[in-house]
Design a protein around this ligand. Structure first.
Ligand code: PEP
Ligand code: MN
Length: 340
């Protein structure tokens, strides 16, 4: 159950609601986000919502039986829009492309990428400065200095920054330079990190775990929301299966299912999703058709020279062609959506 509290609900009101729930055998957890106050009710016993709904301090009561509640579409019908400012919005009809290298490598690489994004009207640049690598001997990122260098170029160009945070201790130093914190697949169930990002008032893009279920992704998102941060993007980036013909199995089903189960925007990552450059366009186009609110993609002037994930990275020409195809796909989808 989700109880939306009135902004002026008093501690006494809260206590009375909690006591009433407890009498019915329900536990409750207060949640304060950057926008609203809630009380999440947890219990199995039958309860007549009318016995709760009339209590002072309550704006609305919703029955949500899923394990994930605040991120569920069962109580919030309208889609969430993540507003990054300066006219950059994601979700609720606003489609967003995020593109950039796997890793931030150099000033020159950042400059080249920004020029490519500007040419194509893309407002959000991706790039890792803290890289989770399978091998400790691989390139692990330029760290905070790299992020500052990137920010110094991106800010004057009006480009927003999405980058991965790996540990709670990194958040504070990264905060001034980041527009969206990315939680990587390997950290999708790092609950300490999720708790910490709940306390941050900046959007978080949460990737699905390498072997994570859809429900686990939604429950991880619930950590962030119940921790106080409503600004979450869900990201399908492929899961591990027995198949060896590609790196990961992009779960197109997940895009459609997440859109239905949650009010949060759903972002597709076709680069990690398939892991091989020549299939990225097909997967990208398919995710638009499945209803994704945006895409995050790896691009590089010369993928062969990329410090990481070159095999799944598009060069600027390939990416440019794909952006045009994506625009056409979205136009077609809008036309189809108008059919009844
Ligand atoms: C990345 O975005 O470069 C990345 C490491 O992604 P993932 O966590 O999905 O593997
Ligand atoms: Mn990568």
């Amino acid at each position: 159950m989700i109880i939306q509290l009135k902004p002026d609900a008093t501690p006494h009101d809260l206590q009375r609601i909690e006591e009433t729930l407890a009498r019915h055998g329900w536990k409750s957890m207060p949640v304060q986000t950057q926008y609203r106050r809630y009380l999440v009710g947890i219990g199995k016993r039958e309860i007549d919502l009318r016995q709760i709904g009339h209590l002072p301090g309550i704006a609305d009561v919703f029955r949500v039986t899923d394990n994930f509640k605040l991120v569920s579409r069962k109580w919030r019908i309208e889609e969430t829009c993540i507003d990054l400012g300066d006219g950059v919005r994601i979700g609720a009809g606003h489609f967003a492309l995020m593109a950039g290298p796997c890793s931030i490598e150099s000033e020159q690489q950042v400059a080249e990428t920004i020029a490519h994004l500007e040419e194509n009207g893309i407002r959000i640049m991706r790039g890792g400065v803290y890289k989770p690598r399978s091998s400790p001997y691989s390139f692990r990122g330029l760290g905070l200095e790299g992020l500052k260098m990137w920010h110094a170029q991106a800010r004057p160009a009006g480009i927003k920054i999405i980058t991965e945070v790996m540990m709670p201790q990194q958040i504070e130093a990264m905060y001034p330079y980041v527009d969206i914190f990315q939680v990587g697949a390997r950290n999708a169930q790092n609950f300490n990190l999720l708790d910490a990002l709940g306390e941050v008032d900046k959007p978080v893009l949460l990737k699905r775990g390498i072997s994570g279920t859809i429900e686990e992704l939604l429950q991880s998102a619930e950590y962030i929301f119940s921790g106080g941060n409503e600004r979450i993007l869900l990201c399908e980036r492929g899961i591990r299966t027995y198949e060896k013909a590609y790196r990961n199995c992009f779960d197109i089903n997940a895009v459609a299912i997440l859109k239905e189960r949650s009010h949060l925007p759903v972002i597709a990552d076709p680069s990690h999703g398939v892991g091989l450059r020549r299939y990225v366009p097909q997967v990208a186009l398919a995710s638009v058709m499945a209803g994704a609110d945006g895409l995050i993609m790896e691009v590089h002037r010369c993928p062969e020279e990329a410090f990481s994930d070159g095999q799944q990275t598009l060069d600027f020409k390939e990416a440019g062609l794909l952006y045009r195809k994506l625009a056409l796909a979205r136009q077609t989808l809008r036309q189809m959506d108008a059919w009844h």
